[in-house]
Design a protein. Structure first.
Length: 45
């Protein structure tokens, strides 16, 4: 089994990916909440 070192990530890269994924999740949750609150059909407005 050959190891492709170009596919390996440093600890810094892994941390950055993790933080970016968390941020994406937070933004997606906020966007979904905003859309559901501002949707006139759902809020009956």
């Amino acid at each position: 089994m050959n190891i492709d070192f170009s596919q390996l990530k440093t600890a810094e890269q892994l941390q950055a990916d993790k933080e970016r994924a968390q941020l994406d999740g937070i933004l997606a949750t906020r966007r979904a909440a905003y859309l559901s609150e501002s949707d006139p059909l759902r809020s009956g407005g």
